[in-house]
Write a new protein. Structure first.
Ligand code: BTN
Length: 241
């Protein structure tokens, strides 16, 4: 099988990859094993999304995978943004229309096509990646955001190859992060809300303003309508205004 990812990503990137039929959650599975390990499942019985939500994980309809690596000693708040860049770089080989929405959403043609859930244990960081591959549009209704799948946008992929490309890209970017070489500008370049008017929904309030950028710690920087600068933490939900 030909693996289409740059040769430099394969160099010295030893990573064990296991394909499983079913798991509770690929993130939870990896909590029990060593690092430098990736797992891909046909389906998840308890797929987890951000902020305590569930992640739709039907059999054969999506890519459900996680990559476990040693927990970085620094720059932890940038890890999920760094993972987003790794994933979107791979996906852009299939279509230029893939973008990111701060902090963790993967968008395709203006709709959510995937997400990232990063978890840590004492020594590990687990990058969980979910991408809608074969869901039909009607199967993605009733989600809180407008969602799509690659197939609905005319993109056909080989799930195993995609998983291997993503696993290696995530490890490559993780190593960049550890060396202090991950530039937040790389994330901003792919993030479609930067420079746009947005609405930020926090636990107890809503803010409207312009997304100016992402700071060195991974916070979204917003200039509100009355000229105030706010730093937004990743538990907020953001949409275009
Ligand atoms: C989000 O809410 O947007 C993040 C979704 C992350 C889903 C993936 S699927 C593989 C991994 N295992 C999980 O239980 N969740 C992540």
């Amino acid at each position: 099988m030909e693996l289409k990812f740059p040769k430099k990503w394969r160099e010295s990137l030893s990573l064990k990859i296991r394909f499983l039929k079913k798991v509770d959650s690929t993130n939870d599975y990896l909590k029990l094993y060593e690092t430098n390990f990736a797992v891909v499942a046909d389906f998840q019985e308890k797929g987890k999304g951000r902020n305590g939500r569930t992640w739709k994980s039907e059999e054969g309809k999506g890519l459900y995978m996680s990559v476990s690596l040693p927990k970085p000693k620094k720059f932890l708040t940038l890890a999920s943004l760094c993972c987003g860049v790794a994933v979107v770089k791979v996906l852009k080989k299939y279509s230029n229309e893939f973008t990111l929405k701060w902090p963790n959403d993967i968008y395709l043609n203006g709709k959510k096509a995937g997400g990232i859930l990063v978890e840590t244990t004492k020594n590990k960081i687990i990058y969980g990646i979910g991408i809608n591959l074969y869901y039909k549009r009607h199967e993605l209704q009733n989600l809180e955001h407008q969602a799509t799948s690659l197939i609905e946008e005319g993109i056909r992929t080989n799930r195993s190859i995609l998983a291997m490309e993503i696993a290696h890209a995530v490890k490559f970017y993780h190593q960049k992060l550890e060396r202090g070489e991950f530039q937040i500008g790389e994330f901003e370049k792919h993030c479609f809300i930067i420079g746009r008017k947005i609405k930020v929904i926090k636990r107890n309030c809503t803010i409207e303003g312009k997304a100016l950028g992402v700071d060195a710690e991974g916070f979204l920087v917003v200039e509100t309508s009355n000229g105030k600068i706010e730093r937004i933490f990743t538990d907020a939900s953001v949409r275009l205004a």
